[in-house]
Design a protein around this ligand. Structure first.
Ligand code: 9MR
Length: 420
């Protein structure tokens, strides 16, 4: 468990603006960050949030560094889109995660359908990695070297890379990456590893294959594209993170979003989403080698989900009008608790979850209140029960006010009480 040694600086935090990255670093993480869509770079409202380094201390380009953007034709490299987010991160002094080099998707046809022999494909991969990593050398905290090499059912994913080279494309790519930039962390990145099923087993095998080949791998990224209500628990998530840290690699949540399967979400569904976010953040805090958390966008106004899974969405921390959702409060509460060593009661926000909270107009203040809980005996009995970390009270709240045993309802701020 982190946090206890991080009380230094707490006095400085008190009364100051304390937002997600700031709280995350106080809690012992390296960063709390977000993906940034290149298409939004000229949207002043959106970018004010991105530029708020207390909220987001790390950025990742949502699409610009992918193969179809950086090498659309063989040997022709272009970085117009790829540079957009890294430039902003540099200007803001934010940590940059870089994404992604060897991936079956957003891969130009000349690679996908090139009919290359294994040795030609090796040279295609090397040229791509050398050029792209060379362009960003020194800028990336980490690179997603190989992305999504395992199929949903746990088989090796059919791709031009696997179909041509078998699993040898894995150590091959990581070796090439280390040679191209020796000072960046090399990650394998995938989704649905969180469920600890066949896909997770295969990803463990993948790390073993790379290590047994004597190739470097530094980290495993858990994308965490999750669903409200089916997100694993904190301890299940910590268990699966530890399967990887036991192999000597660090881990991170790299693309976190938690979508509702029906829209618009009810207030209890929003609270449940907050509980699911809290479980993810807690699990990272529980595992020493979990270095940080990146959300895959921050406002529901811009998200890949409705386009890919129509009828679902509202997966992020801010709604599409940039109002903080209960999930934002859950995340900040969990981080604040870890930052102070207190239970998650110590965050009070000047903007409630249904209030527009621009990055320059809101502040989160760590209060010294540690005993401001509403005991479960003081709320009405009967009716539905709220899950751990779910909302159980606050101005305008019409959802459950009782917590499932053994949790009780704790006051967080006038707009938000929470079960834990
Ligand atoms: O968010 C990205 C979206 O804008 C793109 O259209 C999509 C194309 O594949 O990729 C999305 O990002 C993906 C990420 O790069 C890798 N993991 C899954 C993400 C969501 O699809």
């Amino acid at each position: 468990m982190r946090g206890s040694s991080l009380l230094v600086g707490l006095a400085a935090l008190s009364g100051a603006s304390a937002q997600l990255h700031q709280l995350a670093t106080r809690a012992g993480l390296l960063y709390f960050g977000t993906a940034v869509g290149e298409g939004q770079i000229n949207d002043g409202t959106y970018m004010r949030y991105v530029d708020n380094t207390a909220e987001f201390g790390q950025l990742v380009p949502e699409n610009g560094q992918k193969w179809d953007s950086t090498e659309p034709n063989r040997g022709q490299f272009s970085y117009g889109s790829a540079d957009v987010v890294p430039r902003r991160a540099a200007a803001n002094r934010q940590i940059l995660r870089c994404h992604a080099l060897v991936w079956h998707s957003q891969l130009p046809n000349w690679v996908r359908n090139g009919g290359f022999s294994s040795s030609t494909l090796q040279s295609v991969i090397t040229t791509h990695i050398n050029n792209v990593m060379g362009h960003f050398r020194g800028q990336c905290y980490a690179w997603d070297v190989v992305n999504e090499a395992v199929d949903d059912n746990g088989s090796w994913r059919s791709s031009v890379f696997y179909n041509t080279m078998g699993t040898s494309f894995l150590p091959f790519s990581f070796r090439a990456a280390r040679a191209a930039d020796p000072n960046t962390k090399l990650y394998y990145n995938d989704y649905n590893l969180e469920y600890n099923g066949a896909k997770t087993n295969r990803a463990v095998e993948l790390v073993n294959i790379i290590q047994q080949a004597g190739a470097p791998i530094d980290g495993v990224g858990f994308q965490a594209h999750l669903i409200v209500g089916t997100t694993p628990t904190r301890s299940q998530l910590a268990t699966v993170l530890r399967r990887f840290t036991a192999l000597g690699v660090e881990v991170a949540y790299t693309e976190l979003d938690i979508r509702h399967e029906s829209l618009p979400p009810s207030s209890s569904a929003l609270a449940r989403q907050g509980g699911d976010y809290a479980a993810v953040v807690q699990s990272c805090l529980d595992v020493d080698a979990c270095v940080g958390i990146t959300i895959w966008g921050f406002t529901d106004r811009f998200s890949w989900i409705p386009g890919t899974f129509p009828g679902t969405g509202a997966a992020l921390l801010y709604d599409d009008n940039y109002n903080r959702k209960p999930a934002w409060t859950s995340v900040s509460s969990v981080l604040a608790a870890a930052a102070t060593g207190a239970p998650p009661t110590s965050t009070s926000t000047s903007a409630g979850p249904t209030t527009t909270g621009g990055p320059t107009t809101t502040s989160t203040t760590l209060s010294t209140r540690t005993s401001s809980s509403t005991s479960s005996s003081s709320v009405p009995t009967g009716g539905p029960e709220q899950v751990q970390w779910g909302q159980c009270g606050g101005i305008g709240w019409t959802g459950p006010t009782r917590c499932a045993s053994p949790w009780t309802c704790h006051y967080v701020n006038d707009w938000y009480s929470q079960c834990y």
